[in-house]
Design a protein around this ligand. Structure first.
Ligand code: NOJ
Length: 714
């Protein structure tokens, strides 16, 4: 009896425990958050087709790959595509398209994306230029303005920031990032996300950010776009991954995969990247979208036999959304039926996308952003233009200033010459395609506002490079070139100083714009040479999207200002800098090589076992790490940038001589004095070098900086 009782008792406990565990599991699986509960309820009502549609992102206009969606509007209307990007037109037009969601069964609103990369209508300098300000507060403000303008016409998602570390200026996309340093890159990534997303994604003036391109896209071999990448985990973790991680820590809502493969597995189907690293190691909670047509491209990569298998590989690796290839929508139901993808994978992806929509407040009001009256008020407002002018001033880098040619005296007769001196659209980049060209202040106009002694001549075509002319259907004519040159020289001879505005055309940098020759095009260099031969001082203002090879041009310019692609307020800002209203303070965030043969070249390289100091050739120095025909040093290093004034640093006093352990702080004290004639700003940069470590460390690493340290002249 006793034994039976005990048995019964055990039986009871066992069942009680099982039931308890079941109840606990059930409650543990229940979402605790409001958005979790909401999406669960919604998903309970969705068919498998409706869930799959959420994973589909289509575009009516943008074709940046070999595949293009057809009948986009029908798809949005019938509900087979749950998200859209690059709808372009008036606010009303955009709204009309996005309202197609209302005709679907569950009326689930669309994510409405656009590449708002360096401004919407008010265009700021390209990201590489902005990064040269080292001013994260300013950069955050520019992203905020982009969000304010872009959201007002109804967008809720931007494909920015690009945080890919770049060491190869042949790659056309270096213009879209923050250069070569992981520490600075991380700070800028955080700032931009804060700017776009604000404190609350559901605020009508916020845009959800999309950090891209995960991962290591900036290391495309030989600087050729879409090319493979190959690197050690050490380099990855130390140099390439930190900005993506910083973006996640800053709460970025979405991530875009990259076109390249990592260890042979394309990023879009890379489980290590999308699940092990992103979800498990870093705890990313948002959703992952592929880049344009990346799923279909798994076939060309050679890892999938057809689009169905490509979609399976991607979803199983942890991808959530398909940009443009439509492979998921075409095949996922079948793959789930065959057991090749689990329903859980689909649910996970769908849930993440719906949660993003929830956080954006779209279920409360799908059109909460859209406000044509607000758009009219904020777009290109005076404040926005003022910020653009400041940002452009702060992004310019003074590369050379022999004999203090700059700042110019506005009493001098200025010959303003060059193909970029009196053009509006060339002040933008390919990623400012929604920018308002009409409102651009040309460099000629900007200078004229601040001086009555400016004359202008075009001087040259942009390029005479046959391959480029053919590919981009650009125009060049030898006779006209000669005529332009003669006019420019006439003008130059009658002036006190020449300002030559030269560089690259807008379509020479950006996506799919890799180049092996990254000099200023020959016809413009010829112009520069001839201008210098007049004997007048020459100030070269560069308009370009990447570090250029300038070694031979240096001798033909007394002063050089790197103005990048400067945006809406180009002319006013260039004039501010030329006339000394603003004393340039930008510092390079990407190394300028002396020759293409030095690439990849970057400041935080390792030492080698046979380090070489430039100039020490011959004898025993022979078997060292150097080039027979070129120096090791770059033309202008990372962190470089002059000012119209000079700063003197006092001795640095460190709080300790040893830095052991993660939690120890090292304090550096020093004085800095403006010893020149002008007020100016200085960015103080602190680098460390770990002399003895278990793995080889970079020769120097940026660990801290203080930007725009204002230093009034004595
Ligand atoms: C391709 C580009 O690589 C990516 O940066 C961009 O956001 C998408 N296309 C959408 O335009």
């Amino acid at each position: 009896m006793f034994i039976t009782m005990k048995k019964n008792y055990n039986f009871f406990i066992r069942h009680f425990l099982v039931l308890g565990l079941f109840a606990w599991l059930l409650s543990a699986c229940q979402p605790k958050t409001e958005h979790g509960k909401f999406t669960n309820n919604l998903m309970a009502k969705m068919t498998i087709e409706e869930k799959i549609a959420q994973l589909n992102l289509v575009t009516p206009t943008s074709k940046t790959g070999p595949f293009a969606t057809k009948n986009v509007l029908e798809k949005l209307k019938e509900g087979t595509a749950g998200n859209v990007y690059s709808i372009m037109g008036s606010p009303e037009f955009i709204h009309e398209r996005v309202s197609l969601a209302d005709s679907t069964r569950l009326k689930i609103p669309f994510l409405n994306g656009l590449d708002i990369i360096h401004g919407y209508k008010t265009v700021f300098p390209i990201p590489l230029g902005l990064s040269c300000s080292w001013d994260s507060v300013l950069i955050e403000k520019t992203a905020r303005v982009a969000a304010i303008e872009g959201s007002a016409v109804g967008y809720n998602w931007t494909f920015s920031p690009m945080v890919d570390i770049t060491r190869d200026p042949r790659w056309g996309r270096v213009m879209e990032g923050a250069g070569e340093d992981p520490y600075l890159g991380s700070i800028i990534a955080r700032a931009m996300i804060k700017g776009y997303q604000g404190d609350d994604l559901s605020n009508p003036s916020s845009l959800m950010a999309c950090v891209k391109h995960m991962g290591m896209y900036g290391a495309s071999e030989a600087g050729r776009d879409y090319n493979t990448t190959d690197m050690s985990r050490l380099t990855m973790y130390q140099n390439y991954l930190p900005p993506y991680k910083a973006a996640i820590d800053a709460g970025v809502g979405s991530i875009m995969t990259s076109f390249n493969d990592i260890d042979g597995v394309p990023a879009t189907a890379n489980k290590w990247l999308l699940t092990d690293l992103l979800r498990k190691e870093w705890g990313f909670k948002g959703f992952v979208v592929s880049d344009y047509n990346c799923i279909q491209e798994l076939i060309a990569h050679g890892v999938a036999a057809n689009y169905k298998q490509a979609a399976e590989l991607s979803i199983n690796a942890g991808l959530d959304m398909d940009m443009a290839s439509e492979s998921i929508v075409a095949s996922l139901k079948e793959s789930i039926g065959e057991g090749k993808v689990s329903m859980k994978q689909l649910d996970n992806a769908c849930r993440r996308i719906l949660e993003a929509k929830y956080k954006l407040g779209l279920f409360e009001d799908p059109y909460r952003n859209y406000d044509p009256k607000r758009a009219e008020k904020v777009i290109l407002s005076d404040n926005h233009k003022l910020l653009a002018r400041e940002a452009t001033c702060k992004s310019m880098v003074l590369l050379k200033n022999d004999n203090n040619v700059l700042p110019l005296n506005n009493e001098s007769r200025i010959a303003l010459i060059g193909p970029f001196a009196n053009v509006k659209n060339q002040m933008f980049s390919m990623w400012a395609f929604r920018g308002e060209t009409d409102s651009v202040v040309t460099i000629l106009n900007g200078l004229k506002k601040q001086s009555s002694k400016v004359t202008y001549a075009e001087g040259s075509f942009v390029t005479n490079e046959p391959v480029f002319l053919k590919k981009s259907r650009a125009y060049y004519n030898e006779e006209e070139q000669k005529e332009m040159l003669a006019n420019a020289l006439d003008l130059a001879k009658k002036s006190d100083v020449i300002v030559a505005v030269l560089g690259e055309a807008m379509n020479m940098s950006g996506e799919a714009k890799s180049k092996t020759d990254i000099s200023i095009p020959d016809c413009q260099r010829e112009l520069l040479k001839k201008l210098k031969a007049t004997g007048k001082p020459v100030v070269l203002v560069l308009i370009n999207g990447r570090p250029l090879i300038l070694l031979d041009d240096l001798q033909y310019a007394d002063a050089i200002i790197e103005a990048w692609r400067p945006g809406t307020m180009a002319g006013d800002a260039v004039a501010d800098v030329l006339f000394g209203k603003y004393n340039p303070s930008g510092k390079l965030t990407m190394t300028f090589p002396r020759s293409v043969g030095q690439i990849p070249i970057y400041y935080n390289h390792k030492n080698t076992g046979r380090p070489y100091v430039d100039g020490q050739r011959g004898g025993l120095m022979k078997f060292k790490s150097y080039y027979l025909d070129e120096l090791n040093a770059p033309l202008f290093p990372f962190g470089y940038g002059l000012s119209y004034t000079s700063f003197e640093y006092g001795d640095i006093v460190l709080s300790d001589t040893l830095l052991i352990g993660n939690d120890k702080a090292l304090e550096a004290k020093f004085s800095i004095t403006n010893t020149g004639k002008y007020a100016g700003e200085e960015t103080v940069q602190l680098y460390l070098n770990d002399l003895v470590a278990s793995v080889a460390r970079p020769v120097k690493e940026l660990k801290k900086f203080i930007y725009n340290l204002e230093n009034q002249k004595n």
